[in-house]
Design a protein around this ligand. Structure first.
Ligand code: KG4
Ligand code: ZN
Length: 357
């Protein structure tokens, strides 16, 4: 069968990053051959500087910044890609989960554009965007491409989930955090240590040269026979050590950061091992902002050797929030024959689990 080409605009505004991207794909309508996608252009506007003074995201400020950035970034993407707005086949937009104001800003913009261009709008679950990102561009333990079925470990600032991914739209939640997300554990500990926001990259930088075994932090739920996580105890454990030790002493902060990072990598490895044993899956794909962490990546390459399984990570630019992963998820929905809705019927879902897609 003759191959077809599509171009989809992706719009991401679920939290504090405005991400816009134009992705094209050549696909086989019979589904026999793999879809080949190319990123034509992307723009990302981070609000980190604005929110860092408050130690976390301020929802009202986030919506206001999205409103300012959406139109200029979209214009830039079209001009960088040298594509006319009238040439796109659809607009994929994040409609949940996330901050209501941020989601509403991006979705309203997408609906207006869809009406003006008379092209379909494809609502995308942000978590699905992260999970499917490894199918676009990835690093792997075996230099192969990721394929279905796989175990997804989604580790971001708002979520920590283990999901069995059977195919597009077929997701089974196996476990999740019962309190803080793993990214929050990094962010909150960074605040305790007077580091900047977001905390993950700051903790990683500080941890270099630190003693990862200096502090023996707890690994909550690791001896339980379930696939849930708990991270809130970690920040309390760090706080206890801050009170007990002279935090000004040369290596204490470094050792705390290294021990925390190492403990988190061990918790994630232990739970993934359990999930792989339980499901019999042979591939695990990490995604979300925390998946860019090098210590965690190393721990999973070890797991790949130990269990003879394949491990995948999105390339660095696809780990944190971006418009490319939303456009890519939109392409896959479009190809698998999604039903278009009228823009006025598109709703936002601030709480929207992957299992309810
Ligand atoms: O996926 P993401 O950009 O946004 C959400 O959907 O939450 O993830 C942001 C989270 C933040 O908590 C940030 O501290 C964390 O990812 N993060 C990291 C690293 N880079 C970002 N955590 C650990 N190590 C990193 N290198
Ligand atoms: Zn995210």
């Amino acid at each position: 069968m003759k191959k077809k080409q599509i171009k989809i605009l992706g719009i991401e505004t679920s939290c504090d990053d405005t991400g816009i991207a134009l992705v094209s794909a050549i696909y086989d309508p019979s589904g026999k051959e793999k879809t080949k996608a190319a990123v034509l252009a992307e723009c990302l506007s981070s609000q980190v500087k604005i929110h860092s003074q408050y130690g976390g995201v301020v929802p009202e400020l986030a919506s206001r910044e999205h409103l300012k950035s959406l139109l200029p970034l979209t214009q830039q993407v079209f001009s960088k890609a040298n594509v006319l707005p009238s040439d796109i086949d659809g607009i994929a937009v994040t409609t949940g989960p996330g901050l209501s104001g941020s989601l509403l800003t991006g979705t309203s913009f997408a609906c207006g554009l869809s009406e003006a261009l008379q092209c379909p709008i494809i609502p995308i679950n942000h978590l699905e965007g992260h999970v499917l990102s490894v199918l676009l561009e990835c690093n792997s333990s075996t230099h192969r491409e990721c394929d279905f079925p796989f175990l997804a470990l989604l580790i971001s600032g708002g979520h920590t989930q283990l999901v069995e991914v059977k195919s597009i739209g077929k997701y089974k939640l196996l476990g999740q955090t019962i309190d803080d997300a793993v990214g929050e554990a990094f962010d909150k500990t960074a605040q305790l240590l007077d580091l900047g926001y977001p905390g993950g990259p700051e903790i990683s930088k500080l941890a270099i040269g630190g003693d990862k075994k200096k502090f023996n932090f707890p690994k909550p739920l690791c001896n339980k026979n379930n696939l849930n996580f708990s991270f809130s105890g970690l920040k309390t454990a760090v706080l206890t050590e801050i009170k007990k030790n002279d935090i000004g002493a040369s290596n204490v902060k470094k050792d705390l950061a290294a021990s925390l990072e190492y403990t988190i990598s061990e918790i994630l490895q232990i739970k993934c091992r359990m999930a792989l044993e339980e499901t019999g899956l042979k591939r695990v794909a990490l995604s979300g902002g925390v998946a860019s962490n090098k210590v965690i990546r190393t721990k999973f390459f070890e797991l790949s050797d130990q269990m003879n399984i394949q491990v995948f990570f999105p390339t660095q630019r696809l780990c944190t929030d971006n418009g490319i992963m939303i456009a890519w998820a939109g392409i896959q929905k479009f190809i698998s024959g999604f039903q278009a809705s009228e823009p006025e019927n598109i709703e936002i879902y601030p709480r929207w689990p992957l299992s309810k897609i």
